[in-house]
Design a protein around this ligand. Structure first.
Ligand code: WQD
Length: 339
């Protein structure tokens, strides 16, 4: 069975392609390589022994999207990762984000709506909750006014899919709301490849560990949390990838009760910035160079998932600990150092 993975050369996309191939799916990747490289194909095939089909294509080019689906009529499911995802950049360039994240989603859904049956997995984010009122966060928590155009594109994306599924019973969809993905495949053949200075905590920590960065700035230690630093739910990327395959199978086997469902994907455990640093120091045996600075604008105090719905309905739960995920991130960083 052929599955299209858009953004399949990216961090979460590539790990999901590996898990799809492990489960016997034939995979075709569309990626515009704006935030990834074709070399990731070698990493995937080094792990699974199979190089996925790949087409370098910009999903903003509507005619090329149509042409792709004419040439791949046997695609039965789509996992849609391709999107711009830098929160800060989205504030500076909102139209780039609305065009790239929303326009492309509409083109994909128009193609899928014309098929007899199609399954669609959407890469969403805990960002839709903003600062939730209660921890852990359930899927029923109210969606808050987005703090950035990036977060808005995730909220709008979910609404667009819901509205489409309402009038397209042939379309089955699931949105997965990721918490904070981290780590790398245990083979160290694929992992996170941030371009430029990492915005996210874990790659900044590992780059500081190998000496690429001088020191980590901890954005605030005056939050109302046990140690004063902000709390997040750090989910190992392989656990996250497996959640996509389980969700896809639910749709392909038509086990879903509604043709649009939403699931949180996290560990269900909150970790503070200082706890993440302690995890790095434990697994690496190195002291991390860091300093406490002011809070980063737009950051929330705390977010960690209630994963009951995914546990009970999908039959998925995270299996790896923060230390295991951090070890994989550290092994990966040491492997790619200086490449
Ligand atoms: C985590 C914590 C920072 C960097 C973002 C997106 C979210 C999702 C995941 C896509 C925060 C602190 C960070 C640093 C620090 N992306 N930090 N020093 O902001 O929770 O979520 O990435 O879906 O949508 O919003 O992740 O890794 O940037 O920050 O102290 O150099 O680490 O303040 O408390 P975030 P993050």
């Amino acid at each position: 069975m052929k599955i299209l993975v858009t953004g399949g050369l990216g961090f979460i996309g590539s790990h999901t392609v590996v898990e799809l191939q492990n489960e016997g799916f034939e995979v075709v990747i569309i990626d515009d390589c704006s935030n990834s490289t074709e070399k990731v194909l070698d990493g995937i095939s080094a792990i699974t022994g199979t190089t996925p089909l790949f087409e370098k294509l910009d999903l903003k080019e509507k005619d090329k999207v149509s042409d792709f689906f004419k040439r791949h009529q046997d695609v039965q499911g789509v996992i849609h990762f391709a999107a711009s995802k830098a929160v800060g950049e989205s504030v500076e360039k909102p139209l780039l984000y609305y065009e790239n994240n929303i326009g492309t989603l509409v083109y994909l859904l128009k193609e899928l709506s014309q098929k007899n049956k199609a399954s669609f997995i959407f890469s969403s984010s805990c960002t839709v909750y903003g600062q939730a009122d209660e921890m852990p966060i359930t899927e029923n928590a109210p969606v808050k006014v987005a703090e950035s155009p990036y977060g808005n594109t995730k909220q709008m994306g979910e609404e667009i899919i819901a509205d489409t599924c309402r009038v397209a019973p042939n379309l089955n969809a699931i949105a997965l709301r990721y918490f904070n993905p981290m780590g790398a495949h245990p083979s160290t053949e694929i992992g996170e490849l941030p371009i430029g200075v990492p915005q996210n905590l874990v790659p900044f920590i590992t780059q500081t560990g190998v000496g690429i960065r001088k020191e980590l700035s901890v954005f605030g230690d005056d939050y109302p949390t046990p140690d004063g630093t902000a709390v997040r739910d750090y989910i190992y990327v392989v656990d996250l990838a497996k959640a996509h395959v389980i969700a896809l199978k639910r749709l392909l086997n038509q086990k879903n009760s509604d043709n649009f469902e939403v699931f949180n994907v996290g560990t269900g455990k909150g970790s503070s910035v200082l706890e993440v640093i302690q995890s790095f120091e434990k697994v690496s045996g190195k002291k991390l160079n860091y300093k406490i600075v002011n809070r980063r604008a737009g950051d929330i105090t705390s977010a960690y998932a209630d994963t009951t719905k995914a546990n009970q309905i999908l039959g998925w739960r995270s299996e790896y600990t923060l230390d295991q995920a951090m070890k994989s991130a550290w092994d990966w960083e040491q492997k790619i150092k200086g490449q």
